[in-house]
Design a protein around this ligand. Structure first.
Ligand code: ZN
Length: 230
């Protein structure tokens, strides 16, 4: 009773906000309001071996499994989730989304298909500006459910222009060669789950996978992104 009172009081002082619609969360709502959860544009990947995401990546890199949780367009309110974790420093939300996402795709049994989680890195400058890397926190959230380690094996070595306004070909040229991987000898040949917040053309994922395979040809790459952007 006492803790409920305390919680009610805390709610009053610091109302929790749904990161999608920015409405106030009810006490029994976890971190996204019920309405936004019901309407969530969840992707249904029937099987991981053949889906839209993996088809985008094949032809460029060998990918064992690829999965994404939802799809959005830029005007969608669900884009708010990406803005929150990318630009508004909401590291906690990134971890919550990672954990929640892992629960959504339990039937994919990713934990049996990968050994280690590797987040897509930011450049040192961006990491310094933003204070944290959203992909790393997503990876931690996933790792918590899968009981898998998260390793910072990738570095963004070149800080090129932001990719937002580039077409697919420009993005690929921009991303290629921007990443380097350092993997300890004892960790070679692992099944790696590359993690990022959004996949648009796949250029970043492809560049990261290329960097990994350059130092470890025996690594197997799978991909998880929170969202696919259209
Ligand atoms: Zn909401």
């Amino acid at each position: 009773m006492r803790s409920k009172l305390l919680n009610d009081f805390r709610e009053l002082l610091f109302p929790r906000i749904c990161p999608v619609c920015e409405g106030r969360l009810l006490p029994d709502e976890q971190f996204i309001c019920t309405e936004c959860l019901v309407e969530f544009p969840l992707l249904k990947f029937e099987k991981t071996e053949d889906n839209k995401m993996i088809r985008t990546l094949w032809g460029n890199i060998p990918v064992a499994h690829a999965v994404s949780i939802f799809a959005y367009r830029h005007h969608s309110i669900y884009h708010n989730l990406i803005l929150q974790i990318k630009y508004r420093g909401n590291a906690r939300l990134a971890r919550q989304l990672g954990t929640w996402a892992a629960m959504q795709i339990q039937d994919h049994k990713l934990e049996e298909k990968v050994d280690v989680i590797v987040p897509v890195p930011l450049s040192r400058r961006k990491q310094w500006e933003r204070g944290y890397n959203q992909a790393y926190h997503l990876a931690l959230g996933l790792g918590k459910v899968y009981h898998l380690p998260t390793r910072k094996w990738l570095k963004r070595s070149v800080d090129r222009q932001t990719q937002t306004h580039m077409d697919a070909k420009q993005r690929m040229e921009n991303a290629r060669g921007s990443y380097t991987a350092r993997i300890p000898m004892s960790e070679r040949g692992k099944r790696i789950l590359l993690v990022d917040d959004v996949m648009t053309t796949g250029a970043t994922i492809i560049a990261c996978a290329e960097a990994i395979l350059k130092v470890d040809k025996t690594a197997e790459i799978s991909v998880f992104t929170l969202a696919l952007s259209k």
